[in-house]
Design a protein around this ligand. Structure first.
Ligand code: AMP
Length: 392
């Protein structure tokens, strides 16, 4: 049976779980708790809402209770998330008063934080900027940190916290256990994990367990040469807003420029653009001034735009779960939506992994369909078809 009793946890934690009415572990907890208890580094792809906070808090609290001279550090991108983590921690350690916590975040008073730090907390939850301030002023001691959690790591990189993270890492003991949580997976996270994690165990769990039935999912098999033409035809044969997912920042810029060169109104968001540029692109997309938004996973994650008519996977996601997150941008709250994935021969393995995952979660498997040819003539569609014809 899947219950918390399968894990070797202290009685005080079992009691707290009961008080919180956590009856059974969530999928990310089932995988992360035993791995973390055995001392392994972890990379977990899990969104907020999956129970990820308890997934790292339970093993950390357990280890802190057995290793008296150690402390833990959780770094989170925002004040709101830091506060949520603190609330979960307090609930889970309700019967362990010795596991004091300090929350060190921007926008809160220094003096209050100094008081919390003076009480020798066993867990520090911090946002990167404020933690660096404390480190520079030597008001926080990191020498006993044995457990480090990087929560919403993708968002931290996305918000430009890489320099602060590097500064913090330099101050931490080399021998430690590191757990990295992220909602999505991007190349930049590979570098971070290679630099700071030691042979991590990979865990991937989605917040949404299956694709909504209201989304009409299709695929078009094409190749690199034709991919852009197929996309242009698709854009010209449909109406309504379109969110296009692309793998990297460079590819995102390139595709946006390409579509723009055909006279299409396109916005573009990725981690390499300034917050101002992203806000402008997003506002134009939301207001309907721009019909198409080209984005990487990380940048698109926090966006809240209702009624996106189409999601197009120009590039497939790295992790199968992200497929469900991506297409979940359309067909919200019972409305119908369309999701198209463009597949090239190189995508064979990745697509087979996604299809297997969809099957496992009981989701509908997307239907393959043919290339749209001049469904609605426009200069752009005509141009694409002509170029295809010219190439033979
Ligand atoms: P999180 O993904 O950490 O933001 O957690 C989402 C919500 O799920 C929080 O309100 C938690 O209190 C709750 N939660 C976490 N684990 C469990 C569990 N095993 N059973 C029931 N609720 C849980």
């Amino acid at each position: 049976m899947n219950s918390f009793s399968q894990f070797d946890l202290p009685e005080a934690i079992h009691k707290a779980l009961k008080a919180l009415d956590y009856k059974e572990p969530t999928p990310v907890q089932t995988q992360a708790i035993p791995a973390a208890l055995s001392g392994k580094d972890i990379i977990a792809t899990a969104q907020t809402g999956t129970g990820k906070t308890a997934a790292f808090s339970i093993p950390i609290a357990t280890q802190l209770l057995t290793k008296n001279d150690t402390t833990a550090l959780v770094i989170a991108p925002t004040r709101e998330l830091a506060q949520q983590i603190e609330a979960t921690w307090r609930g889970l350690t309700k019967f362990c008063p010795e596991l004091r916590v300090a929350c060190i975040m921007g926008g809160a008073s220094y003096s209050g934080q100094l008081k919390q730090l003076a009480r020798r907390p066993r867990l520090i939850i911090a946002t990167p900027g404020r933690l660096v301030d404390h480190l520079q002023q030597r008001t926080v001691n990191m020498s006993k940190v044995s457990f480090l959690v990087l929560d919403e790591a993708d968002r931290m990189l996305d918000m430009g916290f890489a320099p602060q993270l590097n500064q913090i890492m330099r101050m931490l003991p080399k021998t430690r256990q590191t757990l990295l949580f992220s909602a999505t997976w991007e190349n930049s996270l590979d570098q971070l994990s290679k630099k700071y994690l030691n042979q991590p165990v990979r865990i991937a769990v989605g917040a949404t367990s299956r694709a909504a039935g209201t989304i009409e999912q299709t695929t078009i098999f094409t190749n690199h040469r034709e991919k852009n033409d197929v996309l242009l035809d698709e854009l010209n044969s449909t109406e309504g807003s379109v969110l296009i997912f692309v793998r990297t920042k460079i590819r995102t810029d390139k595709l946006a420029r390409y579509l723009y060169s055909f006279g299409l109104k396109v916005g573009c968001i990725h981690g390499g653009r300034t917050q101002g540029q992203r806000n402008t692109a997003l506002a134009s997309f939301r207001d309907g001034k721009v019909r198409i938004l080209v984005a990487t996973d990380v940048a698109a994650r926090g966006i809240d735009v209702a009624d996106i008519a189409h999601v197009i996977n120009y590039d497939l996601p790295q992790v199968p779960e992200d497929y469900i997150h991506r297409i979940g941008r359309t067909g919200r709250a019972g409305t119908t939506g369309k999701a198209l994935s463009l597949l090239t021969p190189e995508d064979r393995q990745q697509w087979s992994d996604i299809a297997k995952f969809l099957k496992k979660t009981g989701s509908t498997i997307p239907t393959p369909r043919k290339i749209v040819e001049k469904v609605r003539l426009s200069p752009v569609a005509e141009d694409a078809s002509q170029r295809r014809a010219q190439r033979g």
